[in-house]
Design a protein around this ligand. Structure first.
Ligand SMILES: NC(=O)c1ccc[n+]([C@@H]2O[C@H](COP(=O)([O-])OP(=O)(O)OC[C@H]3O[C@@H](n4cnc5c(N)ncnc54)[C@H](O)[C@@H]3O)[C@@H](O)[C@H]2O)c1
Length: 246
């Protein structure tokens, strides 16, 4: 049980990949703080995990929510060993001409500014103990166009840059920071694409020929946060069924 006595804070834990991360970290012995802006979803995840798992209701777009949420977790659990910056939203593949200022701001606030503020809020606790891991959920959209629209692709390139800079600045103080880049994964975010011929055609053309299950992606985050990945600093890890190579 590699995460015994460790506390893992996961954003977007009410659904999809985040909920799967909550399950896999719990199976590996961790106590999970399941953060989501959807209060019922966060509660459902925490209740399904049992043990000391807790639900944290916060909107990562809001600075006050982020600071309050991290303070709440530290108060309740005493520490944050692992932060999974996973909450994210899609922009419905909007090209630049169809991206309003509001849509752009919303995507960047959720997918990039939120993870930055979450990291800034947990880092003091990790640095104080000389140990911690942050796993940011990026996407194949950190490498290629077409997995989202302008704002989504920019936000996922951005979180990779944030990952590298955090790793560079805090590795020597015991904090490892890495990013995972999932390909098409069966979650609420992609539910509407099940019947999309273009997407199905692209998936059929990949080496795996299928969608990922959320738990397959979650296991990469568990590995990167574990001691087995002690040499992983600032890495960007693709698990996409071969989408990019295809
Ligand atoms: N599903 C895919 O194919 C895929 C592929 C590549 C990357 N990703 C990334 O994986 C991550 C998880 O996506 P998913 O597919 O599991 O989506 P999902 O929609 O199933 O889950 C996302 C969760 O995040 C929560 N959330 C959204 N905005 C939030 C906010 N401002 N504050 C707090 N919580 C918020 C939602 O309530 C939801 O529970 C995202 O960062 C997404 O960009 C997904």
């Amino acid at each position: 049980m590699p995460f015994t006595d460790e506390v893992v804070l996961i954003t977007g834990a009410g659904s999809g990949i985040g909920r799967a991360m909550a399950q896999e970290f719990t199976a590996a012995g961790a106590t999970v703080a399941a953060l989501d802006m959807d209060a019922d979803a966060a509660k459902q995840t925490a209740e399904s995990l049992g043990g000391d798992a807790s639900a944290v209701v916060a909107d990562v777009r809001r600075r006050a929510d982020v600071d309050r949420a991290v303070a709440e977790v530290l108060e309740r659990h005493g520490r944050v060993d692992v932060l999974c910056n996973n909450a994210g939203i899609l922009d419905d593949y909007a090209d630049a001409l169809n991206t309003s200022d509001e849509l752009w701001d919303d995507i960047i606030a959720t997918n990039l500014t939120g993870p930055f503020r979450m990291a800034r809020a947990v880092l003091p606790n990790m640095i104080e103990r000389g140990s911690g891991a942050i796993v940011n959920t990026a996407s194949i959209s950190a490498f290629v166009a077409g997995g989202g629209g302008s704002a989504y692709t920019a936000s996922k390139h951005g979180i990779v840059g944030l990952t590298k800079q955090l790793a560079f600045n805090f590795g020597a103080r015991g904090v490892r920071v890495n990013a995972i880049c999932p390909g098409a994964t069966k979650t609420a975010m992609t539910a509407g694409l099940d019947d999309d011929e273009h997407v199905q055609g692209m998936i059929a053309n990949t080496p795996s020929g299928r969608w990922a299950e959320p738990n397959e992606i979650a296991n990469l985050a568990v590995f990167l946060a574990s001691d087995k990945a002690m040499f992983a600093h600032g890495g960007v890890y693709v698990m996409d069924g071969g989408w990019i190579v295809a």
